[in-house]
Design a protein around this ligand. Structure first.
Ligand SMILES: O=C(CO)[C@@H](O)[C@H](O)COP(=O)(O)O
Length: 229
């Protein structure tokens, strides 16, 4: 089952995952329709608890609401203090992939095993200030690594290039892992991240600040492949 979910997420690679953090939540159904029409293959959902990060977003009711209106795979990024307490409720609400922060748990390998046993694809995330070695004990247990290129918590921050070295290192040491990047991804940074080995590109501002999501995503895809828009 977790293998099927991994396959679902893998099918979106290489590709752009719109981060719903930046969307119009008052008009969520239209936003989902616009993203689907723009060719989105997978949605990225940012769950924040106001404790692990100084921002608060949403929980299971919104994830469930999105699931009712969209068949797209949902990649859920848990920026919360106690990811294991919410893993099953999030999966029941419709999450296909759950990513927890290595900084939030005592035993990342055990957390990954627990999430996988619930049937989801499992990812581990790390902030720019956390040493890459913090992942050493859990890489054999996860399907995906989310390399943060900003401090988790807010959209619209500047890209931190430390993420590029990390992607290169992980690609070399663990070529089978899915690699995802999140934060400050736009037409200037997406090509560098792809060249560093990244598979999935979470994008907020560089889609939602545009009126035309199709054009914005097409441009990001073109830049990702080193082409011109
Ligand atoms: O998880 C986060 C922030 O913690 C992200 O998903 C942001 O929402 C990405 O936004 P941009 O940096 O692309 O504006």
């Amino acid at each position: 089952m977790s293998q099927d979910k991994l396959e679902l997420i893998r099918r979106a690679a290489p590709g752009v995952l719109p981060s719903l953090l930046m969307c119009d939540f008052g008009d969520l159904k239209s936003e989902l329709d616009r993203l689907q029409q723009a060719g989105t293959q997978c949605l990225h959902l940012d769950v924040m608890d106001g404790q692990f990060v100084p921002n608060l977003t949403y929980g299971m009711p919104i994830v469930e609401g999105i699931r009712k209106h969209s068949d797209l795979p949902m990649d859920v990024h848990l920026m919360i203090k106690d990811p294991l307490a919410y893993a099953k409720p999030m999966i029941d609400a419709g999450a296909d992939s759950l990513t927890f922060h290595v900084e939030a748990v005592e035993d990342a390998a055990q957390a990954a095993r627990e999430i996988k046993s619930l049937g989801a694809c499992v990812g581990v995330a790390l902030n720019p200030s956390t040493p890459l070695e913090a992942l050493d004990g859990c890489l054999a247990e996860v399907d995906m690594v989310l390399v943060m290129s900003v401090d988790a918590g807010f959209g619209g921050q500047a890209f931190n290039p430390i993420a590029l070295e990390r992607l290169q290192t992980l690609k070399q040491s663990h070529p089978d892992l899915l690699l995802e990047i999140d934060g400050g991804i736009n037409r200037d940074t997406i090509g560098q991240a792809r060249a560093a080995g990244c598979d999935l590109f979470v994008v907020g501002s560089a889609i939602f600040k545009h009126q035309d999501y199709s054009a914005a995503i097409a441009d990001l895809n073109a830049q990702m492949s080193g082409g011109q828009s």
